[in-house]
Write a protein that binds this ligand. Structure first.
Ligand code: GLA
Length: 359
């Protein structure tokens, strides 16, 4: 009797150890960062099935539709909304208890032509454009009210040239600066609980950072409903520096805004904006040197993120793995890039270890 009891308890002990080990084996980024912030990823239709969706569910607890909620995708004609893809992403997230960041409500790219034109092809008036913007934002935000907890309301409003404050887009040409505050007001009226973000890239580079700061400060002074700043974080192994990143986090936080890193990836090439063809002989190899730089840079930025966990309330990667990344096409079509934490076989890269190696 004693012997069989002993064997019984030994059996339980062995099963427990095996269970613990296998649980350890399936911890993902979201688990390692559970005391810090949600870890998200941008998704497209492919990400929601097969091996990519298994990886997604193991590693991440938040999603952002990569393209499905942009204006041209959702609202191709004035009287037509296309909901299928966006709805399936929202359903997927709800079924799996993932958070959803909505992206985005107003941008100068991926916006349908009809938005700015009347039936004769001329530019519409400010009144008409603001009415269209209001209709769009109200319809989209209301549809997902209570499901999408945070929206990128305005994307990339600040100009790239050092002396350009607000980007000279059609939104700006037709409405002046006013459309910025209006977009936030429309979104807030449609879902008063949703957190509203201003989202931009190169937001740690000092000149652009200061212009973004100036805009945010103005919005806050006018009591515009804005809750956070989205730093896109399309970075490279060469930037940002530790100093730039810290200064940006501290400056934006000083406005009382929460910080989301919304589109994180780390190119192995220096940052470029303008599309160009691949140069003859241009290297596309992830050399040991670049790989090491990427490991170090990922390790460094995540250790800074952890330090500022009071201010940072979400970190989202832009795509799942190096199998598919928008950076394979942009800004140099056909040039392979390796910006993420999972390789083309969906295996964890060494940079992944640098990110979780703090416990
Ligand atoms: C910007 C946009 C994103 C996406 C990326 C490229 O950062 O905010 O929606 O289009 O460019 O994928």
């Amino acid at each position: 009797m004693k012997a069989s009891l002993g064997i019984f308890f030994l059996g339980i002990l062995i099963s427990c150890t095996a269970w613990c080990q296998s649980t350890e084996g399936i911890l993902g980024l979201k688990d390692y960062y559970k005391d810090y912030f949600p870890i998200g990823v941008a998704v497209n239709n492919r990400t929601l099935s097969g091996d990519e969706s298994r990886l997604l569910l193991r590693e991440f607890n938040s999603i952002t539709p990569e393209n499905a909620m942009k204006m041209d995708a959702l609202h191709p004609r004035e009287d037509v909304y296309f909901w299928r893809d966006a709805d399936s992403m929202v359903n997927f997230a709800q079924n799996h208890h993932l958070k959803i960041r909505g992206h985005n409500l107003c941008w100068h790219e991926q916006v349908p032509d009809w938005m700015f034109k009347d039936e004769t092809g001329n530019l519409v008036t400010k009144e008409v454009l603001l009415k269209r913007l209001k209709d769009h934002i109200t319809t989209v935000v209301s549809r997902y009210q209570g499901k999408i907890y945070a929206w990128d309301v305005l994307n990339e409003v600040i100009g790239d040239a050092d002396d350009e404050f607000i980007r000279n887009s059609l939104w700006y040409q037709i409405c002046g600066e006013e459309y910025i505050a209006k977009a936030f007001e429309y979104a807030h009226a449609a879902d008063p609980q949703a957190l509203l973000f201003y989202n931009d890239y190169n937001s740690e580079r000092p000149v652009k950072r200061d212009k973004i700061y100036r805009l945010l400060k103005k919005l806050i002074a006018k009591h515009v409903p804005i809750h956070g700043i989205g730093l896109q974080a399309h970075w490279s192994v060469f930037e940002p520096s530790e100093k730039e990143l810290r200064e940006a986090i501290e400056l934006y936080s000083s406005l009382g805004l929460q910080i989301h890193f919304t589109e994180l990836d780390m190119s192995i090439y220096p940052w470029e904006k303008n599309k160009r063809p691949k140069k003859v002989g241009e290297s596309e190899v992830l050399t040991p040197d670049l790989e090491q730089k990427q490991i170090d840079q990922y390790g460094k930025i995540f250790s800074i993120f952890r330090e500022y966990k009071k201010n940072i309330t979400s970190v989202t990667f832009w795509n799942v793995s190096d199998r598919y990344t928008w950076l394979d096409y942009y800004p140099v079509p056909g040039r392979k890039n390796y910006p993420l934490l999972f390789d083309q076989q969906l295996q964890r890269k060494k940079a992944y270890q640098a990110v979780i190696n703090f416990r």
